[in-house]
Ligand binder design. Structure first.
Ligand SMILES: [Zn+2]
Length: 252
């Protein structure tokens, strides 16, 4: 992580004219694994997720929805998909397009009963292991609009954000200046307050998408800036004016 951050900040000492004037553009592609009964995600639901992403990440982003995969991936043996499994690698290798311009959102029955329900690769993993790039979510999180904040959280990771409680109260925290530092995750949806905020803070970031609460609805400007900085280094194609990998989306 130290090398990753050094590379980001070094790069930015060279880019004194950093701006967010041209948007981050990407193509969102869903790969929904299903068993014929569960896991089938309608095109309407996929579109709703893309709309929620566009709303959450602000007008500095253009999320183009590529909807080529209408049948999903009928694969009963792999419908139960666990993090870092051979099955995960197989599904990704079979279905992936250029991960430099596509955000893949894979869905399946991912709940292992304990820890992982959704996960994402980080931009700095793209070079070494491109196949594993993308976000994986439990299909129930796409079916239920109230769970979209978890999908947005994972896409935040995909862009290079870390948790608001990263490093606890120790600098450099989450590498973003305008998020309140706090010592550990916060669950549920408690009222605004100090909670586990670090001594120099007035509140804990209950509403931040990179926390673990159920009422996440905010990215700070600092987080959006970090996404642009990380993209410059690790996902530069997202900053190109008009990337169009055939087949291009129909004109809006
Ligand atoms: Zn997370």
């Amino acid at each position: 992580m130290k090398i990753v951050e050094e590379r980001i900040s070094q790069h930015f000492q060279l880019y004194t004219n950093f701006s967010m004037n041209s948007p981050i553009r990407l193509y969102v592609r869903f790969v929904f694994v299903h068993d014929g009964m569960n896991g089938i995600i309608s095109s309407d639901k996929r579109r709703r997720v893309v709309n929620a992403l566009a709303k959450a990440f602000s007008s500095r982003f253009v999320f183009n929805h590529i909807d080529l995969n209408d049948q999903g991936l009928y694969c009963p043996d792999y419908f139960r998909l666990l993090k870092d499994s051979e099955e995960e690698r197989y599904i990704k290798a079979k279905t992936q397009r250029d991960p430099n311009v596509y955000l893949h959102i894979y869905s399946a029955d991912t709940f292992d009963g304990a820890k992982y329900r959704n996960w994402s690769s980080f931009p700095w993993g793209l070079e070494d292991d491109p196949v594993m790039d993308g976000v994986v979510v439990d299909y129930r999180n796409i079916e239920n609009e109230e769970s979209y904040h978890w999908i947005i959280h994972e896409v935040g990771h995909w862009f290079g954000l870390v948790h608001t409680f990263e490093n606890g109260c120790n600098p450099p925290g989450d590498y973003v200046d305008d998020t309140e530092a706090h010592s550990d995750e916060i669950r549920g949806c408690p009222p605004e307050g100090i909670h586990n905020a670090c001594p120099e803070e007035k509140r804990a970031p209950i509403n931040n998408y990179m926390n673990y609460t159920d009422c996440k609805d905010t990215f700070t400007l600092g987080q959006i800036e970090r996404i642009f900085r990380v993209a410059k280094v690790y996902r530069p194609k997202l900053l190109e004016p008009e990337v169009c990998i055939p087949p291009c989306p129909p004109p809006m």
